[in-house]
Design a protein around this ligand. Structure first.
Ligand code: FAD
Length: 401
């Protein structure tokens, strides 16, 4: 007779979100049995291991959003985790610079958001920029964010796994979960759990849709490509970001310094055909393309974003020269660097709302009788993961156990 493996909670996906929810449950209720199923054979194969490694400060997000609620505290908790596990963390700080008058005016909005979200931020005149980052340029003013930092995404996810295991959690690799409905119950063959949590990252909406959830959304995957240099011509000290687009949820091509002192430019936000399309020929499927077409159609028919404009601005960035030229608007010396290496790309799990035609800006949590689904876990999902996971555990999972 085949017996099912039983647990209180079964989590699908061992990215930072799945691990953080597991941690949140075990910290509050140490006797719970929590199992995480991960389809890959190692951690960090997708967004949690392919991101910019930036601990965001939390000033971009609308004050009523989950992102605003968790990013600032997530930054503090990720620092604490880095200290606990001796993970390198660089206190670089970030300047946000403007390229024209319209962007300069939007710095005021960012400052307001920062204040509303309780984030330390200064709006300073151009004359002070050289004190922070002499290589950057700005139109009239710039923002200084002292609490933006960088760390290493693979070390962070390994530390979260160690913590989860030490609290009694179980993590099973090479375990692709298929969620199905048995009457009202969400079930996974071979397992028996009180609650199932879908933290499948870029696959989460597909998993939820099979159960009749996530009906309002379609997935348009956006690839983030980076290029890196070790050139002495670019001794950058701080992160340098543009003022983000007023509506699109991407932060724009920016400069990140790495723990080893290299400089990265990117990421792009290029629409691609597949949720795991890290190369031209693999990682996409007919169903991904179908979702992409539904999402793109919703974007085109809605008033909020221009899909044509996104394509027009993003596709040229596939070419190194175009990406570097755009980055050089923030740091002009970047254009004298000729040697850039392509870095491994990441893909954003970006949802489009089919009814409004808008790119969703916030994390979305949907629930059914015995399941919880985390959708649209895009940036700053890495920074926010620990308090976000605790919140899901305390407000959604534990009351049902
Ligand atoms: C290019 C890029 C740059 C970014 N930069 C930053 C940054 O600097 N700072 C920041 O805070 N955030 C950043 N982010 C966002 C951040 O990386 C994500 O928000 C976060 O990693 C999401 O974590 P996750 O656990 O939801 O997803 P993932 O890391 O994708 O994890 C989901 C896991 O679920 C597994 N899975 C899927 N389906 C199944 C199944 N059926 N059965 C079992 N397992 C399954 C997958 O294999 C995967 O391991 C960036 C994202 C991208 C793409």
């Amino acid at each position: 007779m085949i017996t099912s493996k039983s647990s209180d909670v079964l989590i699908v996906g061992a990215g930072v979100v799945g691990l953080a929810i597991g941690l949140g449950i075990l910290e509050s209720r140490p006797t719970s049995k929590v199992i995480i199923l991960e389809k890959e054979s190692a951690l960090g194969k997708h967004a949690s291991g392919r991101n910019s490694g930036v601990l965001h400060a939390g000033f971009y997000y609308s004050p009523d959003s989950l992102k605003a609620k968790f990013c600032r505290d997530g930054n503090l908790e990720l620092r604490e985790l880095c200290r606990e596990f001796n993970i390198p963390l660089k206190e670089v700080g970030k300047v946000v610079v403007s390229r024209n008058e319209a962007e300069d005016l939007r710095l005021d909005n960012l400052l307001e958001r920062g204040e509303a979200n309780g984030v330390e931020l200064e709006l300073l005149p151009k004359s002070r920029l050289a004190d922070f980052e002499p290589l950057a340029k700005t139109y009239e003013r710039f923002l200084w964010s002292p609490n933006t930092a960088i760390s290493d995404s693979s070390s962070v996810i390994s530390a979260m796994r160690s913590k989860f295991i030490s609290l009694g959690g179980e993590l099973i690799f090479d375990a692709r979960a298929e969620l199905t409905l048995n009457q009202d119950e969400v079930v996974i063959a071979g397992y028996d759990a009180t609650i199932v949590i879908n933290a499948a990252g870029a696959q989460a909406d597909r998993v939820a849709r099979k159960l009749g959830l996530a009906k309002d959304y379609a997935m348009v995957p956006f690839m983030g490509l980076y290029r890196k240099t070790n050139s002495q011509l670019l001794p950058l000290q701080k992160l340098v970001y543009p003022v983000p687009h007023p509506i699109n949820p991407f932060l724009g091509v920016h400069f990140t310094v790495t723990l080893t002192g290299s400089v990265k430019i990117g990421p792009t936000a290029i629409p691609v055909l597949g949720r795991e399309q890290y190369s031209l020929w693999s990682g996409w499927s007919i169903s991904d393309m179908y979702q992409g077409i539904i999402g793109a159609t919703a974007l085109i028919s809605g008033d909020a974003h221009s899909f044509g404009e996104i394509l027009k601005s993003e596709l040229p960035k596939l070419l190194q020269r175009s990406l570097v030229n755009q980055a050089a608007e923030l740091v002009p010396t970047a254009s004298s660097v000729k040697k850039w290496q392509r870095q491994q790309p990441g893909i954003r799990a970006q949802l489009v709302n089919k009814r409004t035609g808008e790119l969703e800006q916030d994390f979305i949590v949907e629930q059914s009788h015995n399941s919880i689904h985390v959708l649209n876990a895009v940036s700053p999902g890495w920074t926010s993961s620990i308090p976000f996971g605790r919140w899901v555990a305390q407000t959604k999972v534990l009351p049902q156990l």
